[in-house]
Design a protein around this ligand. Structure first.
Ligand code: NAD
Length: 419
């Protein structure tokens, strides 16, 4: 644990990785924290206060989070030098301590690293992008009954279009590919086509679906839906569905019932079991609008997951309160899903909801569910009381505008007052 420019806190311990990729959490885990650029520092300060309050309320000092400031984005360039957007120190710290949290980061324009977020996912093999979407009472939403949507989306984070190989129309490579497809496979492709290849593997699909089913079992959910476009893309999307069912049957037989087996149970899911079904992606968009309360855990490939996550977030009032986590085995990085909103940097104005809810995902990942519950309740009641940051206040008639730090204070008061 030698770092170039970091000193790890002495008053905490590292989370340990078990041989199966799960983690063992000490009472005082050290959590690397990238506060992020733009509004990141304001949001991180608020998030830390809220999380510390909930942990103190539940454990009274017997357990605590020991925050460890590490750097990425503009703060990294300032500390480590030009073009060092993601220093080795930060990667090493996350590897050493396993679970980290990050605020939004500026995406460098031109040169060097393409996206810090993508780099982190690849280096740490964070293969599931996990997005819970639920409604908070009082937030303006475009549908009549936004509270009916309460889903968690497991989106594959390493292949499909993230590993897509593309050839630009008109290039020699594209022409070669078109000729190869014709000569070798007798497949006609228009000569003026761009070409894209989308790889989907057994291993990549199975580990993603495995994580979604494990979550459903642990959290006593009743349904995991595999979403795919397998009616058209049989060997990628369709295979994802087939491999998903295979994982369910081969690894979770005692816990799951497939939709095709429901008849054997009189059409009803037996108590304590998780139903595994699948839906075609386009029909899933309809379903989530028309019958949102029929879905719980969704496992899907990269592109479908990207569309679905944002569509679901919009349905309950936008991305402002949508958290995210990138989870692998054993590493996990939770993150706010919005950007750095540079216009509001250092103004103590922006909404810390997304980062706070990302920290809630971190608490759940640590197994500190009671702390997570308290934070969600505190946030929910603060929004219900209509004491909100500018972005929500301007859409909520009769609301009182509060600063980032005041918003955190309101949540903390509710946490402290909780029974
Ligand atoms: P953005 O999310 O920063 O801003 C979009 C709009 O939402 C703006 O009007 C902004 O003021 C508002 N907004 C965002 N977060 C808010 C919050 N917490 N509270 C209140 N209002 C909020 O997106 P952008 O303008 O496209 O990007 C700005 C920078 O952020 C770019 O450098 C981009 O690359 C980066 N970015 C980073 C991430 C990430 O780190 N995960 C995600 C998206 C964008």
């Amino acid at each position: 644990m030698a770092y170039e420019k970091l000193t790890a806190p002495k008053n905490g311990d590292a989370i340990a990785a078990n041989s199966d990729g799960t983690i063992s959490v000490p009472n005082h885990p050290i959590i690397p924290c990238i506060e992020g650029d733009g509004i990141g520092p304001d949001l991180t300060k608020a998030m830390v206060r809220v999380i510390d309050a909930a942990v103190k309320k539940v454990f009274g000092g017997k357990k605590s989070i020991v925050w460890f400031d590490v750097y990425a984005g503009e703060a990294s360039v300032a500390k480590y030098g030009e073009n060092v957007w993601l220093p080795d120190d930060t990667i090493q710290a996350i590897k050493d301590y396993k679970v980290a949290i990050k605020g939004p980061l500026t995406t460098p324009v031109g040169g060097g690293i393409r996206s810090i977020n993508v780099a982190l996912r690849q280096i740490l093999d964070l293969y599931a992008c996990v997005r819970p979407v639920r409604y908070f009472s009082g937030v303006p939403a475009p549908v009549k009954e936004p509270e009916k949507l309460d889903v968690i989306i497991y989106r594959e984070n390493t292949e499909d279009i993230y590993k897509g190989i593309e050839f630009k129309e008109g290039t020699d490579d594209a022409k070669d590919m078109i000729k190869f497809l014709k000569d070798r496979y007798k497949k006609e492709v228009n000569f003026d086509s761009g070409i894209g290849i989308k790889p989907v593997s057994i291993q990549g699909s199975k580990r993603l679906v495995r994580m979604a089913i494990q979550y459903a079992i642990e959290k006593k959910k009743r349904l995991v839906t595999l979403v795919h476009k397998g009616n058209i893309m049989k060997f990628t999307e369709g295979a994802f569905r087939d491999w998903g069912y295979e994982v369910a049957v081969q690894e979770f037989r005692d816990h799951v019932v497939l939709e095709s087996e429901l008849d054997q149970h009189g059409g009803k899911l037996p108590a304590g079991k998780v139903l595994i079904n699948d839906r075609i992606a386009d029909s899933m968009f309809q379903q989530l609008l028309l019958r949102p309360d029929e879905y719980q855990v969704i496992a899907t490939l990269n592109l479908n997951g990207e569309y679905l996550s944002d569509a679901c977030a919009a349905q309950i009032g936008g991305l402002g309160l949508a958290p995210g986590a990138n989870i692998g085995r054993p590493y996990a990085v939770v993150e706010a899903t919005h950007g750095t909103a540079p216009k509001y940097a250092n103004k103590d104005m922006a909404n810390p909801g997304s980062l706070i809810l990302s920290a809630v995902m971190m608490l759940e990942h640590l197994g500190w569910d009671e702390c997570a519950r308290l934070v969600i309740e505190g946030l929910e009641n603060t929004i219900k009381a209509k004491t909100v940051t500018y972005d929500l206040e301007r859409q909520m008639p009769g609301a009182t505008k509060v600063s980032t730090s005041q918003f955190a204070t309101h949540i903390i008061e509710k946490i402290n007052a909780a029974k």
